[in-house]
Design a protein around this ligand. Structure first.
Ligand code: ATR
Length: 277
């Protein structure tokens, strides 16, 4: 090995299945842009194999990894150090392997807030109505509350929203049936459900009662312009599309693994969006 040669830095996304992940496209574009000797791989790992995979990846040259379905919650018990973002979200989506330790964090909330700001939307502009009560609602609710917003969870299954709100006092709960009529009291609407995603049922959510300064955010990014966002635009409301959150949530991992603060810009958006078609 010549003196200036350094080993290829490896990272990847661990999931089961994982072939659909857009993360290799995204990190690959940044690795090429910044001329980094690194690779970002797809890592198909079945649930039962996750503990062994996390033990062996560092020895294979991996500096870290992302976690996706179904590993985000299981990984909590496998990390040596958990960042407060992972504890609040009760899920891990980013791992760093450093000094023999597995460090877990959750960048979904950071990505959501960064995407709002990139669209000129202040997360603390007023009360936020969060549709859904799954893992995405938890991460986004925590991030919005940390940013200073009052949050309300609204979910088809009320018990899940009630349980979630208990973890984030003084969060409120709104019955699913009241999501349209109550909209006038909110400054931000966030869809964290799978409704409106390709091959899923549509989201029934009229924006007729929205206040004129409502910002409307959808974490669904296939299609890029969901019917919720299309209606927001038609009514002159501020739309915040979901692909931006995917791009922004990847920033902290890339910086930790490869030592460069990567930029989310229109070119990156184009590259990843082209891959969705
Ligand atoms: P994630 O962890 O990705 O957020 P999840 O835990 O499966 O995913 O949550 C999916 C969300 O979409 C839930 O809030 C779910 O509502 P329920 O808790 O009532 O299941 C919501 N969702 C899925 N299908 C729905 C439907 N047809 N109508 C209303 N909400 C739906």
């Amino acid at each position: 090995m010549r003196l200036h040669d350094s080993p290829t830095l490896l990272a990847g996304v661990i999931g089961w299945p994982v072939a659909h992940s857009r993360s290799p496209k995204l990190h690959g574009a940044w690795l090429a842009r910044y001329g980094i000797n690194g690779e970002y791989r797809l890592l198909p790992v079945a649930p039962a194999a996750l503990p062994a995979a996390l033990r062996t990846l560092p020895a294979q040259g991996f500096v870290g990894a992302n976690l996706t379905i179904p590993h985000k919650e299981a990984a909590l018990a496998l990390c040596d150090v958990l960042h407060p973002t992972a504890l609040r979200a009760k899920a891990v989506n980013t791992l760093e392997f450093a000094s023999g330790k597995i460090i877990g964090s959750n960048t979904d909330g950071i990505g959501f807030i960064a995407n709002l700001r990139a669209h000129g939307v202040d997360p603390a502009r007023g009360p936020a109505l969060i549709l859904g009560a799954g893992g995405a609602a938890r991460a986004i609710g925590a991030a919005l509350q940390d940013a200073g917003a009052a949050i309300t969870f609204c979910n088809r299954t009320p018990d899940r929203a009630i349980a979630l709100a208990k973890d984030f006092p003084p969060a409120n709960v709104l019955p699913w049936e009241q999501r349209e009529t109550a909209l006038k009291d909110f400054a931000l609407l966030v869809n964290t459900t799978s409704l409106g995603m390709a091959h899923q049922p549509p989201l029934t959510m009229s924006l007729e009662n929205a206040s004129p300064d409502l910002a409307v955010s959808d974490i669904v990014y296939v299609p890029l312009q969901t019917s919720l966002l299309v209606e927001a635009v038609a009514r002159g409301l501020k739309p915040v599309e979901g692909l931006g959150m995917l791009l922004h949530q990847a920033v902290p991992g890339f910086r930790a693994w490869f030592g460069v603060q990567p930029e989310v810009d229109a070119e990156l958006y184009r590259i990843v969006a082209a891959d969705l078609l």
